[in-house]
Design a protein around this ligand. Structure first.
Ligand code: SAH
Length: 204
């Protein structure tokens, strides 16, 4: 997976490639999909949600240029796969998921695999996690028509955010930097994520 889907397609950050080699993607998906765990596409993880395609995950991590001392906010924990990668690349990971069941399952997988520098919260991630702000980097794993202002407000000066922006069927990945308090937006590649659902959380 790392050689043919990531390195040969231009992912260069050695820390990202190393983390992608280390995190066992199959542990984050249902056993019935294990035969497909390292293939080049998203997979279902329950509740109508998906674990993202490895390439787009690696690209997002590379664009964020993460440092080992960074405090990072993730929106859309899902299976916890990206949370595990962030845990290897950064100092502290704060992850928000609106589905209580997905959050609980991700938390137990991450504990079982000994990823310890991670906190998960069930909430609407479009509001960020003010208690632990500001963050050096924010990774949004769900698509939004516009970058949520509460997330930008929770970035450190000089901080970076990657977020899929656009309608539900196809979006563009954006890299947003906070420079002198203002957003500097770079449009990156096309992508397709499940929607960021704002408002009340699903606690069933
Ligand atoms: N990075 C995840 C991908 C999960 S898919 C993985 O590797 O598995 C996107 C996730 O975002 C879903 O789990 C969905 O429930 C969650 N989500 C959607 N809207 C959200 C919101 N407003 N706040 C928090 N999480 C949200």
């Amino acid at each position: 997976m790392v050689r043919t889907q990531l390195a040969e397609r231009g992912i260069r950050d050695l820390r990202v490639l190393d983390a992608m080699r280390k995190v066992p993607r199959h542990e984050f998906i249902p056993e019935s999909f294990w035969h497909d765990a390292y293939e080049d596409h998203p997979l279902p993880i329950g509740e109508g949600q998906t674990i993202s395609q490895p390439y787009i995950v690696a690209a997002m991590l590379e664009y964020l240029a993460l440092q080992s001392t960074d405090h990072v906010l993730e929106i859309g924990t899902g299976s916890g796969y990206v949370t595990a990668l962030l845990s290897l690349l950064c100092a502290e990971v704060y992850s928000v998921e609106r589905h209580a069941q997905l959050a609980a399952s991700a938390e137990s997988t991450l504990q079982r695999l000994h990823y310890r520098n991670v906190k998960i919260r069930v909430a609407d991630g479009s509001q960020g996690w003010p208690k632990y702000a500001p963050f050096h980097a924010i990774l949004v794993s769900a698509a939004t028509p516009e970058m949520p202002p509460a997330l930008f407000a929770q970035l450190h000066e000089g901080g970076r955010m990657v977020v899929p922006v656009g309608p539900s069927f196809s979006q563009q990945l954006q890299l947003i930097r906070k420079l002198a308090g203002k957003p500097e937006v770079n449009i990156l590649e096309g992508c397709r994520f499940v929607p960021l659902v704002e408002g009340a959380v699903d606690s069933e």
